[in-house]
Design a protein around this ligand. Structure first.
Ligand code: ADP
Ligand code: MG
Length: 478
C-alpha cells in the first residue's frame, strides 16, 4: 500500500466522525509525507489547516492510522505548501464523497424503483436550481443571525414540522438565498428521496406567464403539487402581479395542507408587503417569521476568516480587522472586497497590506469614510526609495546588522531576513536580480531569484512571515 492509499483509507475512517463541511475545509489537499521509525508525518496545505487539525483531530488521525497500520506510534503534521496547488500531491477529499453519493443512489435503486426516479429527479432539481456551496455549516453564526440559522436547522431536520412556513426577511446581501438553499441541500442530504423545489419568485412569475400562454396551466400546477419542500426566494417580487399571486396562493395552500415544508424569503416583513393579497400576507405569518440583520463586527470578522479558509487565502489579521471595520453594509460586499484583494494579490504576487486594501475599498466605494487609515495623509508620507534603507529597516526589524545581511554567512538566523530583504527590494523597488545579487556580496542572479520566489511562496502559507513583511512594509511607509 502506498502512502497515498494509506492516507485515503485513514480519511475514509475519519469521514463519518467529522461533519462534511469541516472535513472538506480542513482535510482537503492533505497527504502522508513520510512514515519513518513509527512516526507518520502528514503534510497540510496551509498553516491554518495545520493548526486546526492538530487542535481538533490529532487523536482521531492517530487512532485511524493505527487501525490501518499498527506500527504507527505517533503522528506529526507539517505544512506542505505545494499540496495547495492545482495538481499537487494532496488528496482531493471531494472524491470520497462522490463515492458516498453513488452508494446512496445505488441503495435507493435497490430498495425501491419508484424512489429511484424521485431520488434522481431530486438530484436533477438540486443541481439545476441549488448551489451546493451553500450549507448550514458554512453559514457563520453570530449574534444577529442566530435565530434564522437555528430555525433553518430545525426545518432541515424536520421538514413540515412546527416552523411552517418559515419566513426569512432582511436587506440585500445578508444571506437569505444562502440560508434557503442551504435548507434545501440539507433536506436532500437528510432525506434523499424527498423532492425539493427551489424557485425565485421572479422565475415563478415567468413560468406562470408561459403556462398561461401555452394553455397548459394544469401541467404547471401538477409539477408544483408533487413537491415535498417548496423554497421561494424574494417573494416581494409578487407584488402587484395578480395572476401569479393567485397561482402561488393555491400552490401554497395545497402544499401547506399536505404538511409540506415551505420556506420563503423576502426583503421585508409580511406586513410590509404592499401590493400583496391580504390572505397571502396573513398566511406568511402563520409559522415562524425571522429577520436577518446586518452582522456585527465580530461576525463580519468571523465571516472573513471563513471565506479566507475556503479560498485558502492567507491575510494579516490586522488587514482582516481593517476590512471588517470598514465594510459594514452587507456580507455580499465583504465578499466582493475579499475577491478583489485576492485577485490583486495573485495578479501582482503581493501581500495585501492595509494600504492596498484601503485603496481597494475606496475604489469599490464600499465605505463612506475609511476608518483607521488615512490614504491622503499616507500619500504625503515619504516612502522608502532605495535599497540601503530597506536593508537597514529589515536589519533593525530582525535585530541583525546590515553587514551580516549582505555578507556570505549562511547562518540560519540570517537566511530568512536576507531573503525578505531581497524580496522587498525586488518587489517594492523593482530592482533587477543582477543588481541585488551584486549588492549581496556578488551573489548570482539565480540565487536572488530563488530567494524571492521562495519568499513569495512562503507568504502564502506562513502567517508569521505575512505579519513580519507587513510590519516592515509599514516601516517603509507602504
Ligand atoms: P441575500 O439573498 O440576502 O441577498 P445572499 O444569500 O446571496 O444574500 O448572500 C450574499 C453572500 O454572502 C453569499 O455568498 C453568502 O454565501 C454570503 N453570506 C451571507 N451571510 C453569510 C454568513 N452568515 N456566513 C457565511 N456567508 C454568508
Ligand atoms: Mg438573494
Amino acid at each position: 500500500m502506498t502512502n497515498k492509499e494509506l492516507w485515503v483509507s485513514v480519511l475514509r475512517r475519519l469521514q463519518p466522525t467529522i461533519k462534511k463541511a469541516h472535513f472538506i475545509t480542513w482535510l482537503q489537499n492533505t497527504n502522508i509525507v513520510s512514515i519513518e521509525n513509527g512516526v507518520m508525518t502528514v503534510g497540510m496545505p496551509t498553516e491554518f489547516s495545520l493548526n486546526w487539525v492538530v487542535q481538533h483531530y490529532a487523536v482521531k488521525v492517530l487512532q485511524a492510522a493505527q487501525e490501518m497500520n499498527a506500527e504507527i506510534l505517533k503522528v506529526e503534521f507539517k505544512v506542505e505548501g505545494t499540496y495547495a496547488q492545482a495538481g499537487g500531491n494532496g488528496v482531493d477529499v471531494q472524491t470520497l464523497f462522490s463515492d458516498e453519493m453513488d452508494k446512496k443512489v445505488r441503495k435507493i435503486r435497490n430498495a425501491n424503483e419508484v424512489s429511484v426516479v424521485k431520488g434522481l429527479s431530486t438530484g436533477k432539481i438540486m443541481s439545476q436550481m441549488m448551489n451546493h456551496k451553500y450549507s448550514l455549516d458554512n453559514f457563520v453564526v453570530g449574534h444577529d443571525n442566530r435565530l434564522p440559522h437555528a430555525a433553518c436547522c430545525a426545518v432541515a431536520n424536520m421538514p413540515g414540522g412546527i416552523y411552517n412556513p418559515l419566513y426569512i426577511y432582511g436587506g440585500v446581501g445578508l444571506g437569505k438565498t444562502h440560508l434557503v438553499q442551504a435548507v434545501g441541500n440539507e433536506i436532500l442530504r437528510n432525506f434523499p428521496d424527498k423532492v425539493v423545489k427551489y424557485v425565485t419568485a421572479e422565475k415563478f412569475v415567468t413560468e406562470v406567464v408561459e403556462a398561461i400562454g401555452k394553455r397548459n396551466t394544469q401541467a404547471f400546477k401538477d409539477q408544483y403539487r408533487k413537491v415535498d419542500c417548496f423554497l421561494v426566494d424574494d417573494v416581494q417580487f409578487f407584488a402587484r402581479k395578480d395572476s401569479s399571486q393567485q397561482e402561488f396562493f393555491h400552490t401554497f395552500n395545497d402544499l401547506y395542507n399536505g404538511n409540506k415544508q415551505i420556506v420563503i424569503t423576502s426583503d421585508r416583513a409580511p406586513s410590509e408587503l404592499d401590493g400583496m393579497d391580504e390572505r397571502i400576507r396573513s398566511r406568511f405569518g402563520m409559522g415562524m417569521v425571522v429577520e436577518l440583520l446586518l452582522p456585527d463586527f465580530e461576525t463580519r470578522l468571523a465571516i472573513l476568516h471563513q471565506k479566507c479558509r475556503e479560498n485558502q487565502l492567507m491575510l494579516d489579521p490586522e488587514v482582516l480587522d481593517f476590512v471588517a471595520t470598514n465594510v459594514q453594509s452587507s456580507v455580499r460586499e465583504l465578499e466582493g472586497v475579499l475577491r478583489q484583494i485576492m485577485a490583486e494579490s495573485q495578479l501582482f504576487n503581493r501581500v495585501p497590506t492595509i494600504r492596498s486594501v484601503a485603496e481597494i475599498i475606496k475604489r469599490l466605494n464600499k465605505a463612506q469614510k475609511i476608518i483607521g487609515y488615512d490614504i491622503e495623509a499616507r500619500q504625503g508620507r515619504s516612502i522608502v526609495k532605495n535599497a540601503i534603507d530597506v536593508l537597514n529597516i529589515v536589519a533593525e526589524y530582525y535585530k541583525v546588522s546590515a553587514d551580516e545581511l549582505m555578507g556570505k554567512d549562511r547562518h540560519k538566523g540570517l537566511m530568512l531576513p536576507r531573503h525578505v530583504c531581497m524580496y522587498l527590494i525586488k518587489n517594492e523597488l523593482n530592482e533587477s536580480y543582477e543588481k541585488i545579487g551584486d549588492g549581496f556580496s556578488g551573489r548570482n542572479h539565480t540565487t536572488v531569484m530563488h530567494a524571492c520566489s521562495q519568499t513569495a511562496r512562503k507568504l502564502r502559507t506562513d502567517l508569521r512571515l505575512v505579519r513580519d513583511v507587513n510590519a516592515i512594509k509599514r516601516e517603509m511607509g507602504l
